[in-house]
Design a protein around this ligand. Structure first.
Ligand code: SF4
Length: 298
């Protein structure tokens, strides 16, 4: 794969997204970190409005660290997987207290922060600090499977193999490697999409192994279709909606009204309590964390 072709395409076609702005350079790490946590399993168009409000309100780690958990969960809105919001709050607290309010730039230090996994650590090192660090998501895996291996789609993930694949593609120079990581991801999001790749618009079409092989069908294991309605994730979201919209703790009856299946609803409420996303006071009512007067002595 010729990096020049991909980098030229990226220069011309990359979406202008707020977390990609180079300036101001202050707090660039924070902008990228927040975006990467929000973008996990959530599409760009849903993240954008929440991200913009979030960064206006909490432009650096210390500002988020000083917010209450209830406010953080309200601002997270309907992005889903709300434990991410609490983990981001915890991470911001550590960065403010132990790293001078600046997101660290090296992968090992990033990995030591609460809730930061291998993907996010590498993405922050590459996209915020121009480090040469392979960043592998679903889009990148698909591009590599097709353009390099000639397969119709990526098979099951393998961290070691996927990272080695991408590592081999990156230029030696740090800044160019970081840009290449972003370009691979963008190509997978805009052109080499899962169904019906837009090969006629692709900068790699002349060298793509899948094209050269005659576009063979993908014959590997099919990926499960994820449904949402009726899942525990859906019910947890409905329960949290009630608490987010209420300025005061609510009676259990208000939560019972959102979902008719008692066993599932209670299981979901229990899991929210266990995850620290909901608190129950001595009076039996429920609230977002930090917002129950009988738990927090307000
Ligand atoms: S030519 Fe088609 S299959 Fe190959 S990388 Fe480009 S979009 Fe993907």
């Amino acid at each position: 794969m010729d990096p020049e072709l991909l980098l030229d395409w990226f220069d011309e076609h990359a979406r202008r997204l707020p977390w990609r702005e180079r300036e101001p350079s202050a707090n660039r790490g924070w902008r990228v970190l927040v975006s990467e946590i929000m973008l996990q399993q959530t599409p760009v168009n849903r993240v954008l409005p929440v991200y913009q409000e979030w960064m206006q309100r909490w432009p650096k780690p210390s500002s988020l660290a000083s917010a209450g958990q209830g406010d953080v969960l309200r601002a997270w809105g309907k992005l889903g997987y709300p434990r991410r919001a609490l983990r981001l709050h915890q991470t911001a607290t550590v960065i403010a207290a132990e790293h001078g309010d600046v997101v660290p730039s090296d992968v090992d230090t990033l990995l030591s922060l609460p809730g930061i996994g291998a993907y996010t650590a590498r993405a922050v090192a590459a996209f915020a600090y121009d480090k040469r660090a392979p960043v592998v998501d679903t889009n990148v895996r698909r591009v590599v499977a097709r353009a390099v291996h000639g397969a119709g789609d990526s098979g099951p993930p393998s961290t070691t193999r996927d990272m080695a694949d991408v590592e081999r593609l990156l230029p030696e120079d740090d800044a160019r490697a970081a840009r290449m990581s972003a370009a691979l991801m963008e190509l997978g999001a805009l052109v080499c999409v899962a169904r019906s790749p837009r090969c006629s618009s692709c900068p790699l079409v002349e060298t793509c192994a899948w094209q050269r092989a005659g576009c063979p069908e993908y014959t590997g294991a099919s990926k499960p279709v994820q449904r949402y309605v009726g899942t525990d994730r859906h019910v947890r979201g409905l329960l949290l909606d009630v608490l987010r919209e209420s300025p005061d703790p609510v009676e259990k009856a208000r939560l019972d009204a959102v979902w008719a299946v008692d066993g599932q609803r209670d299981r979901c409420l229990h899991s929210l309590l266990e995850d620290g996303l909901v608190e129950q006071g001595a009076d039996g009512r429920f609230a977002l964390p930090g917002e129950h007067p009988t738990v927090n002595g307000k």
